[in-house]
Structures are given as C-alpha cells and as structure tokens.
Write a protein of this length. Structure first.
Length: 350
C-alpha cells in the first residue's frame, strides 16, 4: 500500500529518502515541491530525474483535492469551494479577503460527529479524518485557482480539529515549515468545541497559535442542550483548561458565541457569561446563528445582539460582533456537502 508522501513531516520524509538510499539534498528538494509549490503529480517535479519520479510514484502518492463547485460572493468577494477528494468524499473551504491579506477556513474531517444542534457540518454524518496532506491541499488548490498567496489559516471548517489531533499537528508543522508555505503559527487559529484533554496536549506543544473555543452558552445546562460534547467535558472543566492554556502560553483565548433567539441571547445570559469569563485574558466573538433548513434555531435580533454585546463590554469583556462574509453564497461550512450528499442540485455561481 502506498504512503501519502504529502502527509509526512520534513523529518519523516528525510527518513524515507535515507531508506531509498537517496542523497540527503533530495529531502529539501522533494519537500519544497510538495509543500511550497503544492504539486499534485510527481511528473511536475521538473528538476528530478524521470527514474526517481517513477520510483517515488511506485512507493507514494500525493494527496490532493479538486474543485467540484466554486461560489464567489457578489457582496464581498468571499469564495467558497466544495472540494472533491480522491475517494469521492466532499469537504468545504472558504477564502476571505481582508486588509492584511487572504485567510482560508479549512476542513479537518469529512463530516463531524460532535452533534452540535445549530451546525450544518454534522447533518450529513461523519465519514473519516482528513490526512495532513488533504488538509494542506485545500490551501494549494485555492491559491492556484485564485492566483493569490494565503497568509492566514482558520481551522473552523467541517470537522473538529482536536478530534483529528495527530494529522492536524502534522499539517500545522508542514505549513509552518520554512521550506513549505512558511505561514507563521501566530497567523493560524484552531477552533474546538471543547475536547479538554486535547487542549492540554496542544498547550504542551506551545505552538503560539490562537485557540478559539466554540462556547455558545453561559452555563453547562444550556450548553449541553445544544452541544453534546459538554456532557462529557463540562463547561467548568473547559474554562479551567482555557485559563491554564492562557497562563502557560501567554496567548489570549477567543470564545465563539452563536446567538440563538430566546435560548442563549437573554440579558441574564450575558451577565452570567461575563461572570464566568471575568479575569480571563480572552476575546468573545458574537455570531448570529446561521440559517440551516433542518435546524429550528431562530436568529437573535440585531437589537438583542447589540444589547448582549454592550453588557459584556460594561463588565470588562473584550467583545466584537462578527462581520458576516459571503452571506449570499452560504459561506458557513457544511451546507454544500449536505446538499451534495442529498443529491440536491447545486448551481455553480463562479
């Protein structure tokens, strides 16, 4: 069985080069083709002999993804991709343009098994983890299609990154490598619904990335009704892990808070949340809930969102209201894969 060569770290690739009795300079040469250039075929490695390319092809494959559908927002130029993987599975990515450059939101799994009631990613079911190479391929494919350089990564697409911990860490090390895309860890954000043991594992690696917690509730009772993970890892344990993470890494923790009408957007919820986060080096990002047909959640009113935000501010919590990007192309992840699996027609808007 062939090995996914793109999912090897630099050190692992060097071991393979030695095993094949190749000179050591081949490691950097091959690695740069894979991670800097983002080739999808060994034939593209033009400064490597045909014999060696054939040898590599006999032993390895290069993970990749192809564009199944592409949607470009007429409002803000946000681009959403439905990518097809080599086994016929589908994932989604979103590229957003900011003043500082381009950010991509990538998927880490094919589907999600966390079961959050307001999220489209879980509706089409969980199939498997993505390899490190498949996660990275989302960047390479989008960059080549748009003719841009992506400088920031957020792991907020389909899947729970910390449920695919080893592959995600390999991906992070590869995109951070100076012989690859060379993206600073400080420009990378990992979002988790709260797998507490893995937060401590991530903390021990001290990667200096941004940790974002999908919190979405002021207490464990409300959180457990919308996020099953809270039954296994209670909110109190999650917040304790976040405080330890902040102290050990010196990095501020961000909290995502999706506002659902009359569920978690009341004045008492804002006050309780303020009390829970008081004294924590953090930032709260308030998000109006996405419209998902199968979910019965009602979006909080603009008035309630602003009131919630002001209560947090008055209590000394750093807070912003997320600017909605790509609203005309369903830019939140999970919706295109769900439609594709159902066999619904998806108009290609590019």
């Amino acid at each position: 069985m062939k090995t996914d060569i793109k999912s090897l770290t630099f050190e692992q690739l060097n071991n393979e080069v030695r095993r094949l009795s190749l000179p050591s300079f081949r490691t950097k040469q091959i690695y740069k083709w894979l991670h800097e250039s983002g080739v999808s075929s060994f034939d593209e490695m033009s400064n490597i002999s045909k014999q060696l390319r054939e040898n590599l092809s006999d032993n390895y494959y290069i993970s990749s993804c192809s564009i199944e559908n592409k949607y470009v927002s007429k409002i803000d130029d946000t681009v959403k991709y439905l990518f097809k993987l080599s086994d016929g599975e589908y994932i989604e990515s979103v590229v957003m343009k900011y003043k500082y450059g381009y950010t991509i939101c990538v998927s880490s799994q094919v589907g999600c098994k966390m079961g959050c009631t307001f999220c489209a990613s879980t509706l089409a079911g969980f199939s498997r983890n993505l390899t490190a190479g498949e996660i990275e391929s989302q960047l390479h494919t989008a960059q080549k299609d748009l003719g841009i350089r992506i400088s920031h990564i957020v792991m907020m697409g389909i899947g729970e990154p910390l449920d695919n911990f080893d592959n995600v860490i390999t991906f992070l090390n590869n995109v951070n490598n100076e012989n690859g895309l060379n993206i600073s860890m400080r420009n990378i954000t990992i979002s988790t619904c709260g797998i507490v043991p893995r937060i401590y594992d991530l903390m021990d690696l001290n990667l200096q990335l941004t940790l974002t917690i999908s919190l979405h509730a002021p207490n464990n009772e409300i959180r457990s009704n919308t996020m099953p993970v809270s039954k296994k890892y209670p909110m109190e344990d999650l917040l304790a892990a976040c405080r330890t993470y902040e102290k050990k890494t010196g990095r501020r923790v961000s909290f995502e808070y999706t506002l659902i009408n009359n569920v978690n957007d009341r004045e008492c919820d804002a006050i309780e949340l303020s009390q829970k986060l008081k004294g924590t080096l953090c930032h709260v990002n308030l998000i109006p809930v996405n419209d998902v047909k199968e979910c019965e959640n009602i979006k909080s009113t603009k008035q309630n969102i602003e009131k919630f935000c002001n209560i947090l501010k008055r209590n000394g919590i750093n807070v912003t209201i997320r600017r909605t990007l790509g609203s005309d192309i369903n830019a939140s992840c999970g919706q295109l894969r769900r439609l594709k699996k159902r066999g619904d027609f998806i108009e290609n808007r590019c």
